[in-house]
Design a binder for this molecule. Sequence first.
Ligand code: NAD
Length: 374
Amino acid sequence: MIVGMRFVHDTLPQRVCFGSGQAADSLAREAGRLGAGRVMLIASPGQQRLAREITRDVPVALRHDEVVMHVPAEVAGRARQAAAEHAVDALVSVGGGSATGLAKAVALTTGLPVLAVPTTYSGSEATPVWGLTEGARKTTGTDPRVLPAVIVYDASLTLSLPVALSVASGLNALAHCVDSMWAPGADPVNTALAAEGIRALRAGLPRIVADPLDLDGREHALYAAYLSAAAFASAGSGLHHKICHVLGGKYNLPHAQAHATVLPYVLAFNGPAAPAAEQRIATALNDTAANDTAANDTALNDPGRALDRLLALARELDAPRALADYGFTADSVDTAAEEILPSVPPSNPRPVTVEDLRRLLHAAWSGADPRTVG
Ligand code: NAD
């Protein structure tokens, strides 16, 4: 039999525990399984109370609360020193990607196992990617030591995430999914994960906007956060992530909001050159419980364009629209475009010039209609 499908896919070794209201029990059980006796608990000051509650049955030897977005090198240095001074044997992070990122920075040099309890949809917990910022330059790398051994997903911990941040963070997860469709390591497994992630976000995010305490909506989003990151972890960074990497590291833009803003522009740019991916994204964005009436059968059969679907969702969610709202300035466009260009994957569905990047960034800066960059 001759078949055309050929791929090599790495599946990452992680234990994923998912259950609302289960964080404390899961953490105690999983810390025990790992034989942890002296745990370093990493959580920002605002998350310390929650962290204390869910680690009540975990042997915590050290509480560390210096958590800063994009992990400045000196912050990582202090956390590593504290870990060594207290002879900890495991790391528990409670919080968003910034808390997870700090735990990863400690794991990178110590090899200590990480148990991650995410409270946003950033997905950092499901990737072996670490990031450190020195001055205005963000360095990232991939190392199996930083992949959390255990993820504890408890959607009840995300109920307090403000709606605007939930939307931005959920669209950060959506960006992992969309970029995975054409990233250098895209394969049938990670694109399947990504498509299911898009479906779950399409179902969950509007429910969170309608009612931030909707646990079912939160579970959909958190489930999607995992899928999106599992897809991204094996597909690698596509054009979208290369752009946002520079925006976060050099211009210190808030991570989730930058991703949420840039995504429609990258989809507008790449979509027409990647018809199979575009169709898959459109179908996933169209496949919601809201479409299960007979009247919507036609819409289900014809998902339309992915960009139209994404823009409709963004309007429904009142999503971030312009990088100018987050501190990016028009006079940074040229420098940013030049810095991004060398990192654009050669396998991007269409060639990218510095002028393309300028046009894309300028439109994203002002919040212009993304269709103008297609
Ligand atoms: P974050 O962790 O900085 O959190 C954003 C804000 O939300 C913070 O003020 C935090 O205290 C607050 N917050 C978090 N959870 C909350 C909750 N449940 N209720 C109320 N407030 C809450 O932001 P993020 O977007 O989750 O993560 C961004 C960082 O993660 C960046 O540094 C980014 O580079 C990194 N990241 C890394 C990867 C990777 O694979 N390595 C993937 C995604 C993001």
